[in-house]
Every structure is written in structure tokens, then in C-alpha cells.
Design a protein around this ligand. Sequence first.
Ligand code: C2O
Ligand code: CU
Length: 546
Amino acid sequence: ARVRHHRWEITYQFKSPDCFQKLAVTINGGTPGPTIDAQQGDTVVVEVKNGLLTENVAIHWHGIRQIGTPWSDGTEGVTQCPILPGETFIYKFVVDRPGTYIYHAHYGMQRSAGLHGSIIVSLPGGVKEPFEYDEDRNIILNDWWHRSTYEQAVGLSSIPFVWVGEPQSLLINGRGRFNCSQAGTTAVCNPNSPQCSPYVLTVVPGKTYRLRITSITSLSALNFEIEGHNMTIVETDGHYVEPFVVKNLNIYSGETYSVLVKADRDPSRNYWAALNVVSRRPTTPTGLAVFNYYPNHPSRSPPTAPPTGPLWNDTDYRLDQSLRIRARRGYAVPPPRTADRVITFLNTQNRINNRTRWAVNNVSFTLPHTPYLVTLKQGLLHAFSQEPPPETYDYQNYDIYAVARNPNATSSDGIYRLEFDSTVDLVLQNANTMNPNNSETHPWHLHGHDFWVLGYGKGVFDPEKDPKNYNLMDPIMKNTVPLHPFGWTAIRFRADNPGVWAFHCHIESHFFMGMGVVFEEGVDRVGRLPTSIMGCGHAKVLGRKP
Ligand code: C2O
Ligand code: CU
């Protein structure tokens, strides 16, 4: 195994990814940032210098479990103090599983300012994938706003509340296209900027490509389609999928998929790769890339209209694709047959002090100033609420199909403490928002673990009946899973990774508005904490001296 060393400087730069110029947070000047390429078992070392003038930073390695290194998870307020302007922080962790992963900022809403990239972990030499392809390509999907992250965050915390709204553009590998004639007169918008020419994926006729597709959106659920070409889904979140063919792929923020695409169509032309918003009524134009058959010129526009994707509100279509994702035969890891503890999470939109918030079981999460990992390990228990949040909600009396009679909720930074090595079931239950006949899609992401996806269903989860239909045969393992509108999703995991781990909705504004929880397990087994994660809140006295 090798050590892969990276040296990154984080800075703001003027960028025009969709032709409209704004400030973006970059790594060594770029967004998306550099791809981390490694082999299973390698150690990745990333020296992050915060070159932002007035803003903290923290970077999370999404999908990497951080076994033995919980302090490198990069989650501000949970596993570390933020990296201050001018400071350097060293992340060091082992990539123990092959697959497609993501890294991104985990401080406030900073992720949406552009700090993200791919982590590709390849198999050790001599080991083969259970499928064949000629070449590999990374595709990062994102949504993009012209207002700054600060303006968005202030709006969400304001009275009256100002919603971030739908994105202005969809980006494929950091490239999109905004119609500059709609930009205000003070805006800098250049339709001829080379930064906003579409991404070109050049293919050789007859070859098969493995597209490693990642969604890092701040809000949007997406549908990705390559005009006229089928895709075979073979991997998700680092686990092999029993292959199945789709015309288009639904992908939620925080998920990764590998799909195989064969360049087997008329090679005399190019084709559109199209990205469309689903689940929310789209107001954002289709994101486009060019699927370029060699040797056609890459800038030659396809002669056809780009695909518009499935109906945005066809929840059944998306639920159906979720249900088809099973572990590949021969690779399924059987889950424990039963759980030691079941926690049910009712997902609701709420009002607290005239602000709109999100809550689970009527508790809206707030991050403490001292990271939990430090607090728990050093016994500074006064640093957060010692009242454990609720395990369930009153499911016999709550109407998930109606706007709540009482939308009030409480705020808390209390956490769930799990028995080490126990098996835990989490049942996510969706509900109506504060708007009539409306329920949203929430992609939930668990840090520090993969979980088994036991099932999805419509309506109210029945704790007597529904577990009888759990898939214990070939459930896929993932780290991010959608909760569909008015439905439920059940997952199971082993609390066998000593540390403190966030579990939250991967929609940037939803987590910012309280949609998350934190689990602790086996913190007494965590090794000596590096002092570099300290230096804020009650951990200040423990931090390093300047
Ligand atoms: Cu990719 Cu806590 O997030
Ligand atoms: Cu959400």
C-alpha cells in the first residue's frame, strides 16, 4: 500500500462555470477540485491550507468510513473545530474499499460554493471487477446559484425567511450554461467564456465506458440520460449492484453510481447527455454535455432536441428504480437478522420562533461550538444537551398526509448514544411539509458506516407488518439513501466504528435548517485525539498553542 500525498490551498476565485461570474471556493484554483486517485489499502494524506481570507473550512471524505481515524471525518462541530483562515490541517486516512466516493466542504453551507471533488479507489493489482469496460470517466453533477452562499444562509436564518429558490443552472463536471440575456446589467456574464463551454465526453465507437457519476447537488434530485443510449447500473456508493439496464438514472445528492455505456449508436453524429431536475417542479434549464463520437468534432451540436427526462413528479418511477438496486450476486453481505434497537425518524418541516426549520421527531438539530468527538472523549459533557432526542413519534395519531396542526418544534444539540457493536435499524418516515399536498425527497447520508437498505414503502410505516417484508437476502449497502415523498425508507447498520458520526439530509439547506442527528458509539475506544482538531469552544484550552 502506498501513501498518496496531496497539498491543497483553498481560496476564493472569480469563476464563470455557467458563464455568469461569481465567487467560488476552489482547491488549488479549481472547482471541482482535483480527483483523489488511490488503490484499496492506500493511505491518503491531504494537507489543507485555508487560504480564505475571512472564512473557516472543513472537508469531509464522503463514503470513507474513517475506521480508526474518526478525527479525520472533516465534519465541523462533530469531529473537529474548523480550520481557521491561514491555518493548515492534515487529514490522514486509509481508503479500505474500492469504489467511487466524494469529498466536499462540511462547514456551514460552504459545499454549495464549489468545494468538492471525486475520490476513486481502484482494486488492488491482479483483482478484477466483475464487469468489463474499456475506459473510466468521472462525471460530477451539481446545481448552481448566482447568489452567494452567505446570502443564502442569511436568508434561511432571517425573519421573514428567505428561501434559496431553485438553482440557476445545472453543472456537469463544473460546466453549465446560463442565458446571459437574463443576467442583470451589473452582472458579468460572458456566453463565450471557455469556462462555460459544455463538458465533452469523447467515445470511440464500439467501446464500453464506465461512467462514475456523482451528485453533489445542494438541493436538486436529478435525472441523467444519454440520448439514445442505455446504461447498465453496476456500482453504487462503493458496492456492486446486480446489473440492470435503465434509459436514465435518478441520482440524489451524496450518491455515486457507476454505469456502463456502450458507444453502439450511429457514429456519424454526437448525442446529448442531459441532466434534468426531478422531484421538485423544475424551473432550471436542462444541463447539457456532449457525448461525442470520435472523430466527429466535439463542438458539433447534436442534431436532435435534448431529452427532457421523466415527469418531475413521477414518484413511483423513482421509487421503482430505488427498489431495483440490489447487491450483486456473489457479493451480497448478509445483514444481521434482527436489530437491537429501532429508531424511527419522522421528517417534518416546522416553524421555530417564526423561522422555517426541518426536524426529526419534532427536534431540529443545532451544531454545538465544541465538536462532540472532543466533548465526549474528554468528558466535557456540559458542552451539549444531555437529553437524548426521541426514538420515535406518535405514529398512530400523526397524519403524514396533512400539514401539521401544530408546526412548532424544539431545537437541540442532544445526540443518540449507541451501544458499541449493536445492530441499529433506522426507519425514515416522510410527511407533508408546511404546504398542502407537498412532501419532498430527502437523501439521508450516514457518516462512518455503510448500511443495508432493507426496504422502501409508501405511506405510513407499519412496525408490525413492514419489517416482515424487509430484504434480508440481497440488500444493497450504501451510505446515502433517498426518502421518497410520503414514503418510508428502512436501513440497518452495525455500530462498530468507534467515534461520533453525523446522519443527515444531504440537501445543504435542509441540514443547515436542522435536518440531522448525531450518533456516538464506542467513543471510549477511540485513540488519543490529535490536538489539531481542538482550538474552539470548550476545546480551546486543549488545543495547540500558536
Ligand atoms: Cu456528504 Cu455530512 O455529508
Ligand atoms: Cu431534506
